[in-house]
Write a protein that binds this ligand. Structure first.
Ligand code: SAM
Length: 276
């Protein structure tokens, strides 16, 4: 296992811990709660966005696993939450292998504690901007067989990469590594062209020095040559919002017929691509 554990700094807000706070988690400090409260008060859709995104990810992992893909690399995975990729995948396939990757030391600490007895899942502290390092890490080498389809998950991570950090190049690196039949999930903040979403973007930029909302065209471009699967790149709450038998109703998205989408629903898009 990689020993680059990093140091948890309770005095500086962290993206992972603020997101955990918005999802109702306990792995955060007052400094994260203060930022999270700003989001909750100034941008009242923040909690809904976090849940809408997470539930779309749960549905995507479910469908990826059902389609027969058993290996997952979850980039910018965040802190363990109620339902994690390896637990979702395990419901639909035997022996799923999962590598979680995040740059935040707190994710590594909690991930290791959660996964202590799980030989099919591991967590690596690394920066998504260094895909080659991740690809050749001991963790990925041990668990992922690149001759078989792999799912690469970019859930709410690429908007934390500024343009000069080449998020499209990061996706395309992984697309070159994975074989035909592999799948790539991306959820991403999208520009709403309105005051609410601009305020959210500014808040993230001023707090973390990063946060790049992208237009629909820019998000589509991140998928490169992948075949975009149904229903396309849509607000996360509309991404396969069905509730098949046996599914937990809490992961259900919403249908446009059920209510009008809010400005917050439209702030985050999701899509699933397949390598031809
Ligand atoms: N993927 C999870 C989800 O969708 O529920 C968590 C999303 S959270 C908004 C973004 C995560 O990306 C945080 O855990 C943060 O630490 C991580 N992150 C941000 N920049 C990163 C980077 N350059 N490399 C690795 N992880 C990063």
């Amino acid at each position: 296992m990689n020993d680059d554990v990093g140091v948890v700094d309770p005095g500086t807000p962290s993206i992972a811990r603020v997101y955990d706070y918005l999802l109702g988690g306990k792995d955060n400090y007052p400094v994260d709660q203060e930022i999270g409260d700003h989001f909750k008060v100034d941008l009242p859709g923040s909690v809904a966005i976090a849940f809408g995104n997470r539930q779309a990810l749960v549905r995507a992992v479910r469908d990826i696993a059902r389609s027969g893909v058993e290996q997952f690399i979850d980039l910018g995975s965040g802190l363990p939450t109620a339902d994690n990729v390896h637990q979702i995948a395990a419901r639909y396939t035997d022996g799923a292998k999962v590598v979680y990757v995040d740059s935040d030391p707190v994710v590594l600490a909690h991930g290791r504690a959660l996964l202590v007895a799980d030989e099919n899942t591991t967590v690596l502290r690394a920066d998504v901007r260094e895909p080659e390092r991740i690809r050749h890490s001991d963790e990925v080498n041990r668990l992922i067989d690149f001759s078989r389809p792999v799912a690469v998950v970019f859930s709410a991570i690429l908007h934390h990469l500024n343009d000069d950090e080449d998020p499209g190049g990061v996706v395309s690196y992984w697309c070159d590594q994975i074989p035909s039949g592999s799948q790539v999930f991306i959820s991403h903040f999208r520009s709403g062209g309105n005051a609410e979403t601009e305020a959210a973007e500014q808040k993230l930029q001023s707090t973390f020095g990063r946060g790049r909302w992208r237009t629909d065209d820019e998000i589509r471009a991140l998928f490169g040559d992948l075949e975009i699967l149904e229903p396309g790149i849509v607000p996360a709450v509309l991404w396969r919002p069905d509730m098949p038998d046996g599914s937990d109703p809490s992961i259900r998205g919403i249908g446009a017929a059920e209510r009008e989408l809010t400005v917050w629903d439209r702030l985050i898009s999701a899509g699933l691509g397949r390598k031809r």
